[in-house]
Write a protein that binds this ligand. Structure first.
Ligand SMILES: NC(=O)c1ccc[n+]([C@@H]2O[C@H](COP(=O)([O-])OP(=O)(O)OC[C@H]3O[C@@H](n4cnc5c(N)ncnc54)[C@H](O)[C@@H]3O)[C@@H](O)[C@H]2O)c1
Ligand SMILES: O=C(O)CC[C@@H](O)C(=O)O
Length: 544
C-alpha cells in the first residue's frame, strides 16, 4: 500500500483527503531531523512538505521507494531537484494557493513601514505616546517598482494600483505590452527601475541571476529614502548591503519576510537595525492559503499515487489522469523503441536521438513519450534505476541530445513515432505505430519497411533475399523447439536478390547455437536477438 509522510505542519483539510483515500496510508511527523527524514523515507512512496523540510541531495539520494514529493507552496528551493530527478522522483508544487496571501503580506509590510506601525505600537505598549516621532508617509501617488511580474508580482500590482500608486515593473519574461495590460509601466532592466521607485518589491525566484539583484551598487542608484520589501526569497536583496544602506539613511526602511538563512542567526545584523521590519517567513501563513495549498498538495499526491496523474510537476511533463490513460500506449511505444535501439546499438557511442511524431502522435504530450524512449534506451545501460522522470536528464548527462519534431499530417499511417539515433558509427532508426489502441507494431527498421510485433523476443536477421532462406531459418528454430509467432520481411527493392531484413516474433529465446547456425548461412549478413517486455508490461515511473 502506498505510504505518504507529512513532515511539515499541514492544514488538517489536506491530511483528511489523504486519510480518506482508500489504499493510502498517511503518517504525520513534523518533528524529524534531516537524518530522521532520510531514514523514514526508505519506507514511504510520497512526502508532503512546506518550506521547513529540507530535501537535500543527502536526504534524497538512495531512496528506492520514494516516488513523489508534493510541496504545499511555490518555492521548491528546499528540494534538491537534480537529485530528485536523477532518482526518478516527481516533484510537484502548488503555486497558486498562496499568491494572494503573499501579495497581502507585501502590502501589509509596505503600509507598516510607511506608517511606523510596529515601533509606534511597541511604544504604546511600553506606556509611551509619541505622535511626532511616528509621522509617516502616504503611499498613494508614490511609485512602486516591482521586480518579477509573475503571480505574486501581478497581484501586488493590481492592489497597488487600487491604492493609487504608480506601478512600474521589470520581468525579462514579460513583454511591455502585457505589462501595460496590467496597468504597469514596463522598465527594460532593474537599473532603469530602481532610480524611479519610492518603494521596491522583489517577486522573483532565487536563481543565480537574481541572487544579489539589489546589491550595494543598485542601492546607490536608488532614490534617497526608498523603502524595500522582500517577500520572495532571502538573498535577492543583499542583506549586508541593505544593512549598510539602512544605517546610512539612504534606505528609509526595509521589510524582509525571507532570509538567506532561515531562521537567521541570533546575531543577524538586521535584527538590530530599527527601521528593518522583519517577519519569520509569514507570506503564505494565513488559514486560507494554508488550506488551499494543503488541499492541492494532498490532491496532487493522491492523483499521482492512485491514478498516475502528474500535475504541477516541476521536473517532468504534466499529465492528467485522463491524458495518462490516453498517452500510456504511446509511452509504451516510445519505451519499446528505446529498448529496441539500445539492443541494436551494441555499444556504439550515441550522440543524438531525433524523435519524429506524426499524425495523432503529434497531438500527444510527446515530451513524455520522448522521456519513455530515453528510459528504454538507458534502462539496461545504467546501474541506477532509470524511469521516465530521470531519463531525459540521464541522457543529457551522457551527452545524448534528445530532439523532437512533429508533423500533424499523418502520411501513410494514422499515427507514427519514429526515431533516428546518430552514433559515432552511423545511424540507427526505427518507426512504430499501433493497431487499435493497444497493438504496437514496428513498421520500419533502418531502410526497411515491414510489420512486426513490438513485444517479446525478436529474431532479426539481415540477408540477401534468395529462395530457401525462410525454410532454413524455420528448420533451425524448429530443431531447437522455438516456435515462430509472426514473421515479417522487409526489402529495399521491388525484385528479389537484394538486401533484406526479416523479423521473427518467437515464443522463446533461441539458444546461442541456433543464432550462430543462422548467422553462418552464406546469405545471412547479420543476426541478432532483441528482447522486449511482454505485451502490457509497466514502464518504470508510470503508475497505473
Ligand atoms: N514569503 C512567502 O511565504 C512566499 C510565499 C509564496 C511565494 N514566495 C516566493 O515568491 C516568489 C514569487 O512567487 P510567484 O508565485 O509569483 O512565482 P512566479 O513564477 O509566478 O513569478 C516569478 C516571476 O519572476 C520572474 N523572473 C525570473 N527571473 C527574473 C529576473 N532575473 N528578473 C526579474 N524577474 C524575473 C519570472 O519571469 C516570473 O514572472 C518566489 O520566490 C516564491 O518562492 C514566497
Ligand atoms: O510553506 C510556507 O509557509 C512558505 C511558502 C512559500 O515560501 C512558498 O514558496 O510557497
Amino acid at each position: 500500500m502506498p505510504r505518504v509522510l507529512i513532515s511539515d505542519k499541514l492544514s488538517p483539510a489536506g491530511i483528511e483527503i489523504l486519510e480518506k483515500t482508500p489504499g493510502i496510508e498517511v503518517v504525520v511527523n513534523t518533528d524529524l531531523s534531516p537524518e530522521q527524514v532520510r531514514e523514514e523515507l526508505k519506507n514511504f512512496d510520497g512526502i508532503i512538505i512546506r518550506s521547513g523540510t529540507k530535501l537535500t541531495a543527502e536526504v534524497l539520494d538512495g531512496q528506492p521507494r520514494l516516488k513523489a514529493v508534493a510541496r504545499a507552496g511555490v518555492g521548491v528551493d528546499n528540494v534538491d531537484l537534480p537529485t530528485a530527478t536523477r532518482q526518478g522522483i516527481v516533484v510537484m508544487n502548488t503555486p497558486a494557493g498562496n499568491t494572494i496571501s503573499t501579495a497581502e503580506q507585501t502590502l501589509a509590510l509596505m503600509y507598516a513601514m510607511s506608517r511606523n506601525t510596529v515601533p509606534a505600537a511597541t511604544t504604546m505598549k511600553g506606556g509611551g505616546w509619541d505622535r511626532k516621532k511616528f509621522t509617516g508617509s502616504q503611499m498613494a501617488g508614490k511609485t512602486l517598482g516591482i521586480i518579477g511580474l509573475g503571480r505574486i508580482g501581478l497581484a501586488v500590482a493590481k492592489r497597488a494600483i487600487a491604492m493609487e500608486m504608480n506601478v512600474i515593473g521589470y520581468d525579462p519574461f514579460l513583454t511591455a505590452e502585457k505589462a501595460a495590460e496590467h496597468g504597469i509601466e514596463f522598465c527594460s532592466n532593474v537599473a532603469d527601475l530602481v532610480p524611479q521607485a519610492d518603494y521596491i518589491t522583489v517577486h522573483t525566484p532565487l536563481t543565480d541571476e537574481t541572487r544579489g539583484l539589489i546589491d550595494a551598487e543598485m542601492l546607490e542608484k536608488a532614490k534617497p529614502g526608498v523603502r524595500l520589501v522582500n517577500c520572495a526569497r532571502g538573498g535577492i536583496i543583499d542583506e549586508d548591503a541593505l544593512a549598510d544602506a539602512l544605517e546610512s539613511g539612504k534606505v528609509a526602511a526595509a521589510a524582509l519576510d525571507v532570509f538567506t538563512s532561515e531562521p537567521p542567526p541570533e546575531d543577524f545584523r538586521l535584527r538590530t537595525i530599527d527601521n528593518a521590519l522583519l517577519t519569520p517567513h509569514l507570506g503564505a501563513s494565513t488559514d486560507e492559503a494554508q488550506e488551499l495549498v494543503a488541499l492541492e498538495a494532498a490532491e496532487l499526491m493522491v492523483g499521482y499515487l492512485t491514478r498516475g496523474e502528474i500535475r504541477q510537476a516541476v521536473n517532468t511533463a504534466a499529465v492528467s489522469g485522463a491524458e495518462m490513460a490516453d498517452t500510456k500506449v504511446y509511452l509504451e511505444l516510445g519505451y519499446r523503441l528505446g529498448l529496441l535501439i539500445a539492443q541494436l546499438n551494441k555499444g556504439r557511442n550515441m550522440k543524438r536521438a531525433t524523435l519524429t511524431y506524426r499524425g495523432e502522435a503529434a497531438s500527444k504530450k510527446y515530451k513524455l513519450i520522448t522521456s519513455a524512449f530515453a528510459c528504454g534506451l538507458l534502462k539496461d545501460a545504467l546501474q541506477d534505476p532509470v524511469n521516465i522522470v530521470n531519463a531525459d536528464m540521464l541522457a543529457r548527462e551522457r551527452g545524448i541530445e534528445l530532439v523532437e519534431t512533429s508533423r500533424k499530417d499523418p502520411g501513410d499511417f494514422a499515427t507514427r513515432v519514429g526515431v533516428t539515433v546518430e552514433t559515432d558509427q552511423g545511424e540507427l532508426s526505427a518507426d512504430g505505430t499501433m493497431l487499435g489502441r493497444q497493438y504496437l507494431r514496428l513498421i520500419r527498421l533502418g531502410d526497411f519497411t515491414l510489420d512486426s510485433f513490438l513485444d517479446g523476443t525478436l529474431l532479426i536477421y539481415h540477408h540477401r533475399d534468395v529462395p530457401g532462406l525462410i525454410g532454413f531459418v524455420g528448420s533451425v528454430l524448429g530443431k531447437h523447439d522455438v516456435n515462430i509467432a509472426n514473421m515479417s520481411l522487409g526489402r529495399k527493392q521491388a525484385t528479389p536478390g537484394g538486401d533484406s531484413v526479416a523479423i521473427l516474433n518467437v515464443d522463446s529465446a533461441p539458444p546461442a547455437e541456433a543464432v550462430k547456425e543462422i548467422g553462418e548461412h552464406a546469405e545471412v549478413t547479420g543476426v541478432q536477438v532483441v528482447k522486449l517486455p511482454p505485451h502490457g508490461e509497466e514502464i518504470p515511473g508510470v503508475t497505473s
